[in-house]
Design a protein around this ligand. Structure first.
Ligand SMILES: Cc1cc2nc3c(=O)[nH]c(=O)nc-3n(C[C@H](O)[C@H](O)[C@H](O)COP(=O)(O)O)c2cc1C
Length: 350
């Protein structure tokens, strides 16, 4: 899987706006590969994106889905009380802290019916029956893992490849379970360490993700054994991305650290530190997607008000080194930088 790509770069699925058919189309045309983000969308909205992406790519693209977790029974009311003042500041109420499965079954039916070439999963491994349905229609299954244990589990379930995510990555950690005792939700491995450990437990093709924003980083991950690399943050300011303008602006200012927080969604995710994450992270319960729904009106209102302090501003650790411009130019830059780095690397031990 992915070994025939001219450019071993995958534009990551980025739910919540940044992923667009145009971004995926630009990746395919540049010889790379792109994923649509199925998370948070209704199945009907995803149909529209699939059709548009088909037109732009000729059919070569992937879709990412969120595997539903176990419904948390933690009491979300104290956190709702905390968010009340925040919500009132923007003239809204916190949302209903409901649990849902992100219309998972309908989306599985959809990707099977549309014979999507690659379907990737985050937050767990799909059940073997769903993997079998995808295999029957010729789809490849990629599962996001953050530890060697998750890799073993996904390989045993029948995945065709693993997206290995290091702690540097922007957005949600792909953790199968969220350990409430840990602010990061579980074990924290850097990309090179987890690539090495995962490659010791499986021969499946590995896609490296987390903190890769320069061609030299891409080259390093490939030299370390990855078949391809998946980059999110490197494309957040691409012209074709649907990233919120305020998010783009604070990324470009590059003056904030990143940190893990459950404050926005109830699951650990890496984003730019702002007032909301500073004030609420240590109080946010591990209750996804209840907290996601609860904070949504606040995040939306903050976005409309142009206020970055209460928006979820997902970004990987290396975001200050990421650029902007058409996605094709970003990909071309990555290729040139990777070739230069490989040229330098080839001389090191000679
Ligand atoms: C804004 C944003 C949204 C993301 N949304 C998703 C998603 O919907 N599904 C997913 O599997 N990964 C998602 N990710 C994580 C990426 O797949 C990938 O692991 C990460 O971007 C790699 O690290 P980097 O951002 O440093 O390149 C998201 C990342 C960002 C930055």
């Amino acid at each position: 899987m992915f070994d025939s790509l001219r450019v071993p770069v995958i534009v990551a699925p980025m739910a919540g706006g940044p992923s667009t058919p145009e971004l995926v189309g630009a990746a395919t045309r540049a010889g790379a590969f792109g994923f649509l983000a199925g998370g948070y969308l209704s199945a009907a909205a995803l149909v529209g994106q699939i059709e548009r992406t088909r037109e732009l790519t000729g059919g070569e693209f992937g879709i990412n889905l969120f595997v539903p977790g176990i419904r948390s029974t933690v009491d979300t009311r104290p956190y709702a009380r905390r968010l009340l003042e925040e919500a009132r500041h923007f003239g809204v109420e916190p949302g209903d802290p409901r649990w849902d499965d992100d219309a998972y079954a309908a989306k599985i039916d959809l990707v099977v019916e549309r014979r999507i070439p690659v379907v990737s999963f985050t937050f767990g491994t799909p059940i073997e029956a769903d993997i079998a349905r995808l295999h029957e229609v010729g789809s490849k299954v990629l599962v996001t893992v953050t530890t060697p244990e998750e890799a073993r589990h996904a390989a045993a379930a029948g995945a065709d490849g693993l997206c290995v995510q290091g702690f540097e990555a922007g957005g949600h950690r792909g953790l199968f379970t969220d350990d409430p005792e840990s602010p990061a939700g579980g074990d924290v491995y850097g990309l090179l360490a987890v690539l090495r450990l995962v490659s010791a437990v499986t021969d499946l093709p590995l896609v490296a993700a987390g903190g890769l924003v320069h061609g030299a980083d891409v080259a390093a991950a490939l030299v370390a054994g990855a078949t391809a690399t998946q980059l999110g943050t490197a494309f957040l300011r691409a012209d074709e991305a649907g990233t919120h303008p305020v998010h783009r602006r604070v990324l470009a200012e590059a003056d904030r650290p990143t940190a893990f927080t459950r404050a926005f969604s109830g699951r650990p995710a890496r984003g730019l530190v702002n007032q909301f994450s500073r004030e609420h992270s240590e109080h946010a319960p591990p209750a996804y997607p209840q907290i996601h729904h609860m904070s949504k009106p606040i995040r939306s209102a903050a976005g409309e008000a142009g206020d970055p302090e209460a928006m979820s501003l997902w970004a990987g650790q290396a975001y200050p080194a990421a650029g902007s411009g058409p996605a094709a130019e970003i990909i071309e830059r990555l290729c040139v930088q990777a070739q230069e780095a490989l040229g330098r690397g080839g001389k090191l031990f000679g």
